[in-house]
Each structure stands twice: as C-alpha cells, then as structure tokens.
Design a protein around this ligand. Structure first.
Ligand SMILES: NC(=O)C1=CN([C@@H]2O[C@H](COP(=O)(O)OP(=O)(O)OC[C@H]3O[C@@H](n4cnc5c(N)ncnc54)[C@H](O)[C@@H]3O)[C@@H](O)[C@H]2O)[C@@H](O)CC1
Ligand SMILES: [K+]
Length: 486
C-alpha cells in the first residue's frame, strides 16, 4: 500500500483499462482472492486511521464495491473492532464475489443495521466504485450526506461514491465542502478522476494498493506529474545561458499583472527580463525591481526571446498579438491574449501556424478561458478536463495548461496528459496566474522542451503554496513570484 503524494510520478488508468486489468488479475488467481485482498487492505488502513475506534460505520452498496465493504467488515470484526454495516442493495442481486463477502461478514458476527449510527469514529464509503452509472439518489444520497456531515474521517473504497473515476466529475453527488478528513484507498490502478475537477476534494488523501497484481500492458490515460529534477547551473554559465523573457501586457491600470509575471520570470532564473507595457504613460522603471527592463511593448524585438503575453493586457493586447504570434521565438499566452484569440479567427490561424514553423507555444487558460477557446461552457470543460486540455493542445498546436484543481498539461495526441498534484487554495488570489506564466516563460527561455517547461513550472508554482508556512501571512502573488526559484 502506497500513499500518493505530489512527488509521485506514475500512470493513471481509465475505467475501461482498469476493468481489463481486473479481469486478467481475477483470472490468474483463485476465486474471490482479489476482493479478500481489497477488504483486508481497507481494514488495515481503517485501523491505522482510527486505531481506537469504538464504532466504524461501513455503508455498502449493491455491487462489488459493497463487497469490499463486507469483506473489510469481516476483517475488522476478526480483529476485535465493532463495525456497523448498512446495506443499500438486495442480497439476491449481489454479484457472486460480493455475495460471498456478505456471508463472511455475517459469519464473523458483524452487526447489520437499517440506519447509520448517530456517530462513529470512522465512516467507510463502500457504496459505489467504478461501476457508478448515475448520481446517487434517495437512500445512498442520504447516507452520503450524513457521512460527510459527521466530524469523523471518511475512507472511500476505491472511488468516492458517485465520482466519475475517469473525469473527476461529481457535480451531482453530495460531497459537501471540507468538513471531515477524507481518505480514499484505490485498487489495481490509480484513476485520473481522483486527481482533478471535484476528485481531489472528494477523495482527500489517496492510498493505492495493487492487490499484488503489479505490471500491466495497458496504456495510461494520463500520468501524475511528479517532482521535477533539480537543474544545477554550470559554473561557466552566464546570463545568455538562461535566455531572455519579454512580458507583454500591462494596459492602463493593469501594469501590476505584467510586473508580477516579470518578477516571477526573474526569480525563476531567466537571464534577462524585459517588461513591455501597453500603457505608454507607465513609469520607466520599477524601483522595487530595478532588474526588470521596462520598454514600450511595441518596441521589443521578440525574434530571439520568449514572450509572455497577455498578463493585464485588457483589450489593448489585440493590437500587438499579430506581431507577437509572428515573431516570438517561444511564447506563453495567458489571460487577455487568450480571450482576444478566442474571438478572432485570424489570430487562431496565426497561433496554429506557429507549431508548423517550429515555434513553441504554451497556453495557460483557466476553465472559462478554455471554454471560450473551445466554444463551449466552463461546465463542459470541467466535465472532462483531460479531454478539454487535449482538444486545446491539438486544435491550436500548443502545450495546454488547463488550470484549476488538478491542473492538466497536455500536448498533442501522442503523449498522455499530465496531472499536477501540487497547489492548494492559497493560490486562489489575484495575480498567481501571472506568476505561473512568468515561471513557464523562464523555463522556455532556458531551452526546456515546452511540455517539460510547463510541467515543471506548474509543479513548482503549486509546491510554493504547499510549503508556505502555516503561521505566515497569506500568500500573495508578489511573495509567490519572489519564491519562484524553489
Ligand atoms: N470483482 C472483483 O474481484 C473486484 C472488485 N473490486 C471492487 O468492485 C468495484 C466495481 O464493482 P462493480 O462493477 O460491481 O461496480 P460498483 O460496485 O461500483 O456498482 C455497481 C452496482 O451499482 C449499481 N449502481 C450504479 N450506480 C448507482 C446509483 N447511482 N445508485 C444505485 N445503484 C447504482 C449498478 O446497477 C450495479 O448494481 C470496484 O470499484 C472495487 O471497489 C475490487 O474489490 C477489486 C476486486
Ligand atoms: K466508494
């Protein structure tokens, strides 16, 4: 059993692949073995999470996920615990494995109750796993609501009930805000839906058990990003070794966004950083950051530079975009640049032509910006973030960074997208997106391949928030930018 952390780098498998892996594993083992292993693993984690629990409530559903719950109940009872099982199903319609486990729970003396206990020290959600086919209703929905209203930790078996294991969508399922601590023990494969959209909030800390069935010929649907390797600088390097970044943005009243991106690029290690402001009346120097070379946006020669375009650009960014798209050696497009491209077919054609000319581009939309670029709604984007990121990447010939809980980084169709696990709600403050754009710009300027540049910068950006000291003042975008080297 392994706890998944932001440093974990491994493949994620969709439901169809997981089913094939499960069938192959079950065929190679004596009957009922997988479910016994799954139940034992649940019982072990339950005992570790609540070693002194008097009451453990296990809510079991009508399929094999419920079977894992019965099996865990039997194992816990054998070890002296007093699990209380509530069963939302019909005994005579259970699949064979689950039916055998129900009998084992009865034989072990497990208590079956018609109603959940009023309180417990641990609740185990074994209602629905990868066989969930519609939002939980009536009894199941009621039990889930009660479970998440309790202060006790919740341990989800395989998948939080009602969560789509492929997409992380659980918009119709009662998984209310962060009340109780959440854990999820998932089997055989790690599923992408545990790590993006509503998946992270619903699952909490994820544990993985391969049930002794390691090794698979299946192709992953996505991968976890994992921590980037350190990149030591050679002694003989100089500022030219790390490239030039030009931030283009900062229309009237919005210079701060461009300065934040510039500061982030600087602290992330760019050799030189120019800030080309769209507001011609802006101050000629940033006294707090004199390293930033302030220019008029229209005067910069971008042919040897990485441009970071759009931060605080407002409507004025439209006028400079044709030249930026045509001339920037490498490019990060954010915010207002993305909004301008979304409504302009000529700019879209120009963007797509960059890939054919061998000029790398990374785009960093949040879900609403992504929706504008794909001509759909933010709800559509959130319903399948992996697919949306892939569509962005292939339609525009770019590396797409779809921001949000479980940021997705996608590149074309040949590479599986990557899901990033760093970051937290501290980043939900103005300017943090500008900082990310600047960090990606610095990595591109240092000649990192675009997919790697995006993956590494996204990981580091979130890691700063994850390691921000608990008692320290709130994380601001300026402070985030100053930590961009971490
Ligand atoms: N078969 C095996 O040997 C193993 C199965 N495993 C477990 O089995 C799970 C998959 O089992 P199943 O394929 O039986 O699927 P589930 O147990 O996830 O659920 C399928 C059942 O729930 C019903 N259902 C779906 N959505 C519902 C809803 N909203 N309201 C009410 N009923 C609903 C379906 O009609 C079906 O009866 C995995 O997630 C995992 O927990 C693991 O124990 C590994 C081994
Ligand atoms: K479950």
């Amino acid at each position: 059993m392994q706890r998944i952390t932001p440093a974990t780098a491994c493949g994620l498998f969709d439901i169809a692949a997981t089913r094939r892996i499960e069938q192959a594993a079950a065929a190679a083992l004596p009957p009922h073995t997988l479910m016994q292993r799954a139940g034992l693993a649940v019982a072990r984690l339950a005992m570790a999470l609540a070693p002194h629990a008097r009451t453990i409530w296990i809510a079991c559903g009508p399929g094999n996920n419920g079977g894992d719950g019965f099996e865990a109940a039997a194992q816990l009872r054998h070890r002296g615990f007093l699990p209380i099982v509530t069963f939302a199903g019909h005994e005579n319609r259970l699949p064979p494995d689950a039916s055998a486990s129900l009998q084992r729970a009865r034989d072990a003396g497990v208590i079956f109750a018609p109603e959940p206990p009023a309180s417990c020290e641990l609740a185990i959600d074994a209602l629905l796993g990868i066989g969930s086919s519609r939002p939980p209703e009536k009894l199941m929905a009621d039990w889930l609501r009660r479970m998440h209203a309790m202060a006790a930790p919740v341990l989800s078996v395989d998948v939080p009930s009602g969560l789509n294991a492929d997409t992380g969508d659980s918009s119709a399922t009662p998984h209310p805000g962060a009340l109780s601590p959440r854990f999820c023990l998932t089997f055989l494969t790690l599923k992408p839906g545990l790590f993006t959209a509503q998946g992270r909030d619903a699952a909490g800390t994820v544990w993985f058990d391969d049930l002794g069935c390691s090794g698979t010929g299946e192709a992953p649907a996505a991968r976890l990003a994992g921590a980037p390797a350190d990149a030591p600088r050679s002694h003989a390097s100089h500022k030219g070794s790390y490239g030039d970044v030009a931030v283009i943005g900062g229309a009237s009243g919005m210079a701060g966004a461009a300065l934040l991106a510039g500061s982030a690029a600087l602290h992330a290690g760019a050799g030189r950083v120019f800030v080309g402001l769209l507001d011609a009346s802006a101050a000629p120097v940033d006294l707090a950051q004199p390293e930033l070379m302030m220019r008029d946006a229209r005067s910069l020669d971008l042919s040897g530079m990485t441009a970071v375009c759009g931060c605080g650009g407002g409507a004025d960014i439209r006028a400079v975009l044709p030249r930026v798209l045509a001339t920037a050696a490498a490019l990060v497009l954010d915010a207002d640049a993305l909004n301008a491209i979304a409504v302009d077919g000529a700019l879209q054609t120009q963007l797509a032509s960059r890939a054919r000319r061998g000029r790398p581009t990374v785009i960093t939309p949040h879900p609403l910006e992504a929706a504008r670029l794909l001509n759909c709604t933010a709800t559509d984007i959130q319903a399948n973030r992996l697919v949306a990121a892939r569509q962005l990447a292939s339609r525009y010939g770019v590396v797409a960074v779809l921001k949000g809980s479980g940021t997705v980084i996608a590149e074309g169709d040949s590479t599986p997208p990557v899901l990033n696990l760093t970051g937290n709600a501290r980043l939900a403050t103005a300017g943090t997106g500008d900082v990310l754009a600047g960090m990606i710009g610095a990595a591109l300027a240092a000649q990192r391949p675009p997919f790697e540049a995006a993956r590494e910068a996204v990981w580091r950006h979130g890691h700063i928030a994850d390691t921000w000291p608990a008692g320290a003042p709130p994380l601001t975008a300026g402070a985030l930018a100053r930590q961009a080297h971490c």
